[in-house]
Design a protein around this ligand. Structure first.
Ligand SMILES: Cc1cc2nc3c(=O)[nH]c(=O)nc-3n(C[C@H](O)[C@H](O)[C@H](O)COP(=O)(O)OP(=O)(O)OC[C@H]3O[C@@H](n4cnc5c(N)ncnc54)[C@H](O)[C@@H]3O)c2cc1C
Length: 470
């Protein structure tokens, strides 16, 4: 009997894991390689960053998810390159050979060349970044409580989120709830509800991927939550003490000790490496241009899927970097491989768009299902339902449901831990308030660098949200 074909899947995110699960029982010898030993449900990262959920609630160990699939071996390892001439995946500490390669390494935060900003404004892409943002948010209130100087205290109580796409809107809404509800009675020297939450966006409206009427409704919900948005502005510098932005009225500085980056992502660098090794093309965001069947031109045994792939939708525009696209592509590739094995023609990939959702805060969300546009409580319920449905693993689903229920009734966020060492306020890191024109409360403003195609702020959230399989 001939040996089963060797399938290597790089990445156990939404695309890679969906593919692996859909290959359950198929006659392939499959290896799934990931540098993490867990699958991460990225749509709920902001809940970890805001103390609503713990890291374990939104992650699932890859080995346990794939435990029953005897045709798959999970390998933990960092893929560093590809050698397609020898059908070889290069790891930091080894190599793996394949007959069929599926690359699903996802995306990473993108600062548009301003690498120095990362230290002052973490992005939200990994569990580590989420817990770092959580530390910064909750530590800021601790510093404010001890700060005798009024201007400094205000800088500690000012939170800037750069990028008003779905992630920025979620984060801004969550920080506002922390200040207005969760921490309201917990401090003695400060009134946490006086915190300012500023949401900066380069486009003319919040939630740019959504239709204008939903952006308007989201804007009203943000105002109701106490978040001030400033659109049509560009961030031109970020440092330890705040943000400098260019507005139509000139440059303006915001003194803020907590800045969060939600303005852009780009494809994982592995995409460019793979493309270079094959002479294939990438787009401006580093995504690999793929055929309608998600293979690379001239290489029918090489697939690129998920956020790493530039695949055209029905309208010819690139599909957004969102979980439903990744999951459907993963399942499609599995069907494609099985069809080939049975000698059938696989056909091309077609994305089925079931709608888009973005949450803003308690009882507030927007949703688009074709021509139906919803907001408020109904949209929020739909968001809750979809995210609960798609979170990976029964245990996680139960834990998330219980914690959300508790949070809803009590306004409490049980996971608001400041982990790691306390970071004392450094006198030399104090804002130079004399040289800056601090932003006035109620006139929030600022900007985001225009995000490239596929950037997080440009990606609406499909209603199918994220799940690996059910
Ligand atoms: C904060 C946030 C919120 C989001 N919210 C939503 C939402 O509400 N709805 C929605 O539809 N989409 C949302 N998205 C987008 C969605 O999460 C992505 O589209 C989806 O994760 C893409 O799946 P993927 O499999 O391509 O990549 P990922 O899910 O990112 O998986 C990539 C995998 O590759 C692994 N990997 C990367 N590099 C290497 C390497 N060198 N070696 C080995 N392994 C490697 C990673 O560890 C990871 O497991 C959100 C994204 C973020 C960041």
């Amino acid at each position: 009997m001939s040996q089963p074909q060797r399938v290597v899947i790089v990445g156990g995110g939404f695309a890679g894991l969906s593919c692996a699960r859909a290959l359950n029982g198929a006659a392939f010898d499959i290896k799934l390689v990931d540098r993490r030993n867990f699958h991460l449900f990225q749509p709920l990262l902001y809940q970890v960053a805001s103390g609503g959920l713990s890291p374990g609630d939104i992650t699932a160990p890859l080995r346990s998810v794939l435990r029953q699939q005897k045709n798959i071996q999970v390998l933990m390892g960092e893929v560093t390159g590809f050698d397609p001439a020898a059908n070889r995946v290069v790891l930091a500490d080894g190599e793996i050979f394949y007959d069929i390669l599926i690359v699903a390494a996802g995306a990473e935060s993108h600062y548009f060349g301003n690498t120095g900003w990362e230290a002052y404004a973490p992005g939200l892409k990994t569990i580590e970044e989420a817990t770092e943002i959580r530390r910064r948010i909750f530590e800021a209130f601790e510093h404010a409580e001890r700060e005798p100087d009024e201007a400094m205290r205000r800088a500690w109580l000012r939170f800037v989120v750069v990028g008003a796409g779905p992630t920025g809107v979620e984060l801004a809404g969550a920080i506002s709830e922390i200040a207005h509800d969760t921490l309201r009675d917990d401090f003695r020297s400060i009134r946490t509800e006086e915190a300012e939450i500023l949401l900066l966006e380069g486009e003319p409206r919040v939630l740019p991927p959504f239709p204008p009427d939903l952006s308007d409704r989201a804007e009203r919900a943000l105002i109701g939550l106490g978040v001030r948005s400033r659109t049509g502005v560009r961030v031109i510098n970020i440092d330890e003490c705040g943000v400098l932005m260019r507005t139509p009225a000139g440059e303006q500085r915001i003194e803020a000790r907590t800045v969060i980056w939600a303005a852009g992502v780009r494809a994982n660098g592995l995409g460019r490496k793979l493309a270079e090794s094959l002479g294939a093309e990438t787009d401006k965001g580093g995504r690999v241009m793929v055929n309608p069947d998600l293979t690379l031109p001239g290489h029918e045994n090489l697939f690129v899927i998920g956020d790493l792939a530039h695949a055209a939708g029905a309208d010819g525009r690139p599909l957004p970097g969102v979980a439903p696209v990744a999951m459907q592509q993963g399942r499609y590739v599995a069907r494609n491989l099985k069809a080939r094995q049975e000698g059938r023609a696989p056909g091309d990939f077609h994305f089925v768009d079931k709608g888009t959702l973005a949450t803003i805060g308690r009882n507030a969300a927007v949703a688009q299902f074709g021509r139906i546009h919803l907001d408020g409580f109904v949209a929020w319920l739909a968001w809750l339902f979809v995210h609960l449905l798609y979170v990976v693993g029964f245990r996680n689903r139960l834990l998330v449901a219980l914690q959300w229920g508790f949070q809803y009734l009590t306004f409490n966020r049980g996971a608001r831990l400041i982990t790691g060492l306390f970071h004392p306020a450094r006198p030399e890191g104090r804002p130079e308030l004399t040289t800056a024109r601090p932003i006035e409360a109620g006139a929030a403003t600022a900007a985001g660098q225009p995000a490239p195609a596929g950037a997080a702020s440009a990606a609406a959230r499909p209603a199918e949200a994220t799940r690996s399989d059910r």
